[in-house]
Design a binder for this molecule. Sequence first.
Ligand SMILES: Cc1cc2nc3c(=O)[nH]c(=O)nc-3n(C[C@H](O)[C@H](O)[C@H](O)COP(=O)(O)O)c2cc1C
Length: 184
Amino acid sequence: MVKKLVSGIIGLMPLPLTLVAVANKGNVPDVFTASWVGVLCTDPLYIGVGIGAGSYSHELIEDNGEFTVNVMQEGFVREMDRLGSTSGRDFDKFEQARLTPHPAKEVKAPTVLEAAISIECKVQDVVRLGSHDFYIGRALATHVDESVLDGDKINVEELRPVSYAADSYWSIGRKLGQVGSGLE
Ligand SMILES: Cc1cc2nc3c(=O)[nH]c(=O)nc-3n(C[C@H](O)[C@H](O)[C@H](O)COP(=O)(O)O)c2cc1C
């Protein structure tokens, strides 16, 4: 194996493809495509999201400190692609994507009604990094559509989430094994 030193490549992949929604004062919430998203702590659950400093959602989250992370099924990949290049400064992005803002339980930011999973988060801390600021959100509520649940677990084959890697969208592939099974 010959490894080349590279720059300008995000080597961490795949990343989750999600929709992050933020409330605004005028009642037209914003929603944008986000892959710089991850689980930071499981108990209590914390979700981090990197938000571009010039974006409209950045302006809104600075104002109200709340967001929701929404996991969409692969049938929504077109909408997610579109919501990753238009700004809520110019459009009502929910309307543009024909998605429905739905009142959350614990935060003012809406969830996306069509999402299979929505996680309501309250910003606890912000790390100022550069092109993006990193928002550390305490998860206050998680909503999961019954159709993707198998008891208390998510059925990934039903969920059909989308991943992002190397400027492309991907569906999840073959299951390799169960955690803790030794994969023998
Ligand atoms: C695949 C993909 C992933 C993206 N991930 C992020 C992200 O994690 N954070 C971010 O701030 N912008 C991300 N973007 C860009 C925003 O979605 C884009 O800047 C959007 O227009 C911001 O909308 P707003 O101005 O309404 O906030 C991503 C775009 C795409 C296409």
